[in-house]
Write a protein that binds this ligand. Structure first.
Ligand code: VGL
Ligand code: ZN
Length: 208
């Protein structure tokens, strides 16, 4: 199926080395999303990539909070924040896209999480829920209404992006076979339920 409609866009979330096997915040089978994503990219004329892009000693790293372990939680001015191993540090090899990802077909790359004091899971808003990345404006000005999402991780950056998308009035579909999850304490099922309730389409396959 060709989806070369000008009002749809494929949003490819954080397909970066650190989220793939061997990376600092490796997602099980994270690299398995690359092939299906490259295939799906061929169906779209609008493709946007996101890139997790943290400064060294970012406030989402447990190494920045004395006495904490990765995957624990802390209270930040904007709410509860999960702490992660150092990952996707700007200009590090871990922050690079997977080498086989078709990055050439993307018009735009949205970098997120680059302010020291705020994390950003969503492609639209940082975790304070207010600071914008600019993606909404980009999509609106191109009259894009339908978003298809895939990438890493299903239960964090993909889910947060999809939930913000529908909140902003876009239609959103998550292509599950082209996603993999972190699944921290049942987070995958929780986020799938939340996405379903929010009216996000959860696709078990993508028509070719
Ligand atoms: C992500 C945790 C921390 C993601 C990014 O891409 O899902 N998760 N930073
Ligand atoms: Zn991150």
């Amino acid at each position: 199926m060709k989806l070369e409609k000008s009002n749809s866009c494929f949003l490819v979330i954080d397909v970066q080395q650190d989220f793939c096997p061997g990376g600092a915040l490796a997602v099980t089978q994270g690299d398995h999303v690359v092939k299906p994503i490259n295939k799906i990219i061929e169906s779209f004329s609008n493709v946007v990539l996101t890139q997790d892009w943290h400064p060294k000693a970012h406030s989402s790293f447990s190494s920045s909070h004395q006495g904490t372990e990765p995957f624990s939680e802390v209270e930040m001015p904007y709410g509860i924040q999960t702490l992660w191993p150092d990952h996707c540090v700007q200009n590090s090899s871990g922050a690079e896209f997977h080498p086989e990802l078709n990055t050439a077909s993307a018009q735009t790359i949205i970098r997120k999480g680059f302010r020291h004091e705020i994390d950003s899971y969503s492609a639209f808003f940082e975790n304070d829920g207010e600071t914008v990345t600019g993606l909404e404006g980009w999509l609106v000005s191109k009259q894009i209404k339908d978003l298809y999402l895939a990438g890493l991780a299903t239960d964090y950056c993909v889910a947060y992006s999809a939930l913000d998308a529908v909140r902003l009035g876009f239609n959103a579909a998550v292509i599950l076979p082209a996603c993999r999850a972190i699944d921290l304490d049942g987070s995958l099922n929780r986020q799938l339920t939340k996405m379903h309730k929010a009216g996000i389409t959860l696709l078990e396959n993508f028509p070719e």
